[in-house]
Design a protein around this ligand. Structure first.
Ligand code: DLL
Length: 435
């Protein structure tokens, strides 16, 4: 590998220097929003604070939180802090209800985002000699453009595929010799199956790394993808409100994802009390923009549940790390009083060799009691007409889920390829209680 770090000064900065830098940038950001955002000026006045109260990064706790609802209430451009003439790109995330959340970027914001993605790309051991197949959707969703501009910024060759058109994806991946694949883990799985069906031998592909994110996935899913695609699979985290992919990224150690904390200040808070939690404890990730021009957000509540660690990583980076996202607090299912995340089910299920990572959870309420059914595909080599073997498999999974999660889950084994495939974010849960 030619160069391990894209921006060594920042990625290996001492904690003391990083805190100083964060403090200076926080103050600048607070001054900006106080003067240019009626929304934040009002919020700060309500808390009786001014930019003079912000003198170090520790003062961040004095600042107000921001939620998705605030963005919706100020739809479409009410949170922007620069005139439209300075906004060069608009993204939006649709969500399932209500108005979309809209984000505006200045030219400098886009350069900052590309810088963050470039750090990720180098951490994955990739560089200008690589060919990136970007199979995240292009459009209002940030995945496609985010990966695209990051890869271009390091000088790599980009194939701007976007998602879908799976047969063509495989042909071009093969013929162009793509070395890196950027897409959701669930689409990567779909592509892996499609490669198997394509007739091209896996050895003819040049793929060496996957840049996977935009949805929760587990270590067991990583192993499955690495085996099926013969690659190393890396996690990438981000959200449109903050930037898109590249807010945090894994390195070769794969022991958490490094947050680009010179641009996005991370905190973990108790989602109920909103009090900051000690390092290492799991809670809600809250992010504050430190350099954003177009639409800076203070203490944005991501709803993503994770833990934060600040120790130096074996890769040499000092950038704080977040653990794998367990899920969004909204995704937590409460089944007969037991809290469960789809990722926990995925993790248990994939410990058994018989099952594919293609699954869906059907939640319902029957006679005032919550029910949960796990529909999971059996791997073709294990799928059989022999009822007794299928029953034994089902019982084993049921017992395992019961012992790990303390919850009885109805397990329904389904035929290979019967669960709908996703080209973007997979829909794992159908909650009929909410329909
Ligand atoms: O999903 C940005 C992105 C694109 C990230 C491509 C990575 C790769 P949104 O559509 O706004 O933006 O959704 C953001 O997706 O709050 C998390 O709940 C979830 N998410 C994103 N990355 C991960 C990840 C993009 N690596 C929401 N692991 C976030 C788990 C993730 N969840």
């Amino acid at each position: 590998m030619k160069n391990k770090y894209w921006n060594e000064n920042i990625e290996r900065m001492s904690r003391e220097d990083m805190r100083k830098l964060q403090g200076i940038r926080l103050k600048q950001t607070v001054e900006r929003v106080y003067h240019d955002s009626p929304f934040y000026r009002k919020k700060m006045q309500e808390l009786d604070i001014t930019p003079d109260d912000i003198n170090s990064i520790d003062d961040i706790v004095k600042l107000p939180f921001t939620t998705k609802y605030d963005l919706r209430d100020n739809y479409p451009f009410g949170m922007f802090t620069v005139p439209m003439s300075q906004i060069v790109r608009i993204h939006a995330s649709s969500g399932t209800t209500g108005k979309p959340t809209v984000v505006g970027h200045t030219r400098r914001d886009l350069a900052m985002w590309a810088e963050c993605m470039s750090r990720a790309i180098y951490a994955y051991g990739l560089d200008e000699s690589d060919i990136f197949q970007v199979s995240y959707g292009y459009g209002l969703f940030t995945g496609g453009f985010g990966a695209h501009y990051g890869a271009e910024n390091v000088g790599a060759s980009v194939i701007p595929m976007s998602s879908g058109n799976t047969a063509k994806q495989i042909t071009l991946m093969h013929d162009f010799g793509a070395t890196a694949l950027c897409c959701t883990p669930s689409y990567a799985l779909y592509l892996a199956d499609a490669i198997r069906d394509s007739g091209y031998p896996l050895e003819e592909f040049k793929l060496k790394a996957g840049v996977f994110g935009a949805e929760p996935w587990t270590e067991n899913m990583r192993k499955d993808l690495e085996r099926k695609l013969n690659i190393k699979a890396y996690n990438i985290y981000g959200l449109s409100e903050i930037a898109g992919p590249g807010v945090a990224f894994e390195c070769e150690c794969q022991d958490g994802s490094h947050v680009n904390e010179d641009h996005f200040y991370p905190e973990i808070v108790d989602p109920e009390t909103l009090q900051p939690l000690p390092e290492g404890e799991t809670g809600e990730l809250v992010l504050t923009h430190l350099t954003k021009e177009g639409m800076p957000l203070l203490r944005y509540r991501t709803k993503d549940l994770t833990a934060l660690r600040r120790g130096t990583c074996s890769c040499g980076r000092t950038l704080a790390r977040i653990d794998r996202i367990m899920g969004r607090s909204d995704d937590m299912l409460i089944i007969r009083g037991v809290n469960v995340f789809p990722t926990q089910i995925e993790s248990v299920m994939l410990e058994m060799p018989e099952f594919e990572p293609h699954y869906q959870l059907i939640v319902d309420r029957v006679n005032n009691t919550d029910t949960m059914e796990l529909q999971v595909e059996v791997r073709p080599e294990f799928y059989t007409d022999e009822i007794s073997k299928m029953m034994a498999m089902q019982k084993r999974l049921y017992a395992r889920l019961q012992s790990v999660l303390g919850l009885s889950v109805n397990v329904r084994l389904v035929e290979p390829r019967s669960i709908e495939r996703s080209t973007g974010k997979a829909k794992r849960v159908v909650d009929k209680r909410k329909l």
